[in-house]
Design a protein around this ligand. Structure first.
Ligand SMILES: [Zn+2]
Length: 422
């Protein structure tokens, strides 16, 4: 068991080491894609967040719409109740006025009644006094009256007068009694009317209080709805601000990502360019070194810096139809010109057509010729080996640009140099 556990541990250790190695290697081999990859992930996260915020914002706005419609309802309710309150206030005030009028009427009729009663009572008293005077006095001295009368007719006249006075008094009393009864009826009616008015006022007041209470409730509800709307508006604004921020972050991440991608692309291109350049240089070196290599037969290329040929050996329509006796190798002025085979420098001369030129004798009837040189790099009689500098590329003589005219003569006759140098 123990040994099995040990071997498992060993296996685990080697796996971990291997993974670590791979991680380290991977870490070294992919440093470029890391930046944009990270930003791309951040961008994805920011987009996800923005999506959620958008959802949140739209639900906040929907809630806000709902709350606004509730507030509108409450506001309408309140407006209606305020209208009703005003109406009821007017109704109440009207009832109050009517009650006050009824009170005045009641007071007036009451005082009228009191006056009627008083008058009736006064008259009853006066009448009683008169009757007592007229009937009781004579009882005491009836004979006195009779005796004082001149005759019997006078006595009767007096008696009749007393009766007339008494009748008038009775009629007046009856009328006063009627007036009193009327005044009482008026007073009772006024009292009833006042009670009605009082009831009306109480009812109007009660209704007004009820409407006012409803209005207060409605106002409280409106206040609540308004504050809910305000809060929802704030939340909506917050959500919008958050959304805007998220969008700005996305924009900035996008910009960053774009720049990173561009930088990575530029770095990749630069790397590729460097690699290509290095490869080209390696290739050129290989070529030039191979160009400078001396072949088995002892020949080598005359201009190590340039492998191109602008004009070949053969019949050309150049300055009239005639033989071009060598090859033209274009190269920048001052490039080295080397002896294509070991030998002895024969001439370093100058002519109108050839400009500065050098010839080298290689023996066995072979002579090489180098024309249009800017400078000589050797002197006649000098022994040179293949690849040794004998002059420099120029544009002297009949020439349209810096190049070397290279020529090989065999037994005094120009031959194709590409048969010997490559
Ligand atoms: Zn030429």
């Amino acid at each position: 068991m123990i040994s099995k556990n040990k071997s498992i541990s060993k296996l685990l250790l080697s796996i971990i080491s291997l993974v670590l190695c791979l991680v380290l290697v991977a870490g070294h081999t992919i440093p470029l894609a890391a930046a944009s990859g990270k930003t791309s992930k951040q961008l994805e996260e920011a987009r996800q967040k923005s999506k959620e915020l958008k959802k949140k914002l739209s639900s906040a706005q929907a809630e806000l719409d709902d709350l606004r419609s509730v507030r509108k309802e409450k506001s309408d309710d309140l407006a209606w109740l305020e209208g009703r309150t005003r109406e009821q206030q007017e109704a109440y005030e009207d009832a109050l006025n009517r009650k006050n009028n009824a009170l005045l009427v009641m007071e007036q009729t009451s005082s009228d009644y009191a006056a009627a009663v008083q008058e009736y009572e006064d008259q009853v008293e006066a009448y009683g006094e008169r009757l007592a005077l007229m009937y009781q006095l004579p009882k005491v001295s009836i004979f006195e009256v009779l005796l004082s009368s001149s005759d019997m007719q006078s006595y009767f006249s007096t008696n009749k007068l007393i009766r007339i006075i008494s009748d008038t008094d009775e009629l007046m009393l009856t009328r006063l009694q009627e007036a009193e009864a009327y005044a009482e009826e008026m007073k009772v009616q006024a009292e009833a009317s006042f009670l009605d008015m009082e009831r009306l006022v109480a009812e109007a007041d009660e209704l007004l209080a009820e409407i006012k209470a409803n209005r207060d409730i409605s106002a409280a509800e409106l206040k609540k709805a308004s504050s809910a709307v305000s809060e929802a508006e704030r939340e909506s604004l917050d959500a919008a601000a958050e959304m805007k921020k998220a969008e700005a972050e996305i924009a900035s991440l996008q910009e960053k990502y774009k720049k990173e991608l561009a930088a990575e692309e530029a770095a990749r291109k630069a790397e590729e360019e460097t690699r290509k350049k290095a490869a080209a240089e390696t290739e050129a070196k290989k070529k030039s070194s191979s160009g400078n290599q001396v072949s088995k037969s002892g020949w080598t290329w005359p201009v190590p810096a340039s492998r191109s040929i602008s004009s070949y050996y053969g019949y050309r329509n150049l300055f009239g139809y005639r033989l071009h006796t060598g090859i033209d190798i274009p190269a920048s002025k001052g490039s080295k010109v080397v002896a294509t085979k070991s030998g002895v420098v024969l001439r370093c001369s100058r002519s109108t057509n050839e400009g500065n030129f050098v010839t080298v004798d290689h023996g066995n009837g072979f002579i090489s010729v180098y024309k249009h040189l800017s400078k000589y790099g050797s002197s006649p009689g000098q022994r040179v080996s293949a690849g040794q500098t004998i002059g420099y590329v120029g544009n002297t003589g009949r020439s349209t640009g810096p190049h070397l005219h290279f020529e090989i003569q065999k037994n005094g006759k120009a031959v194709n140099p590409l048969k010997y140098v490559r």
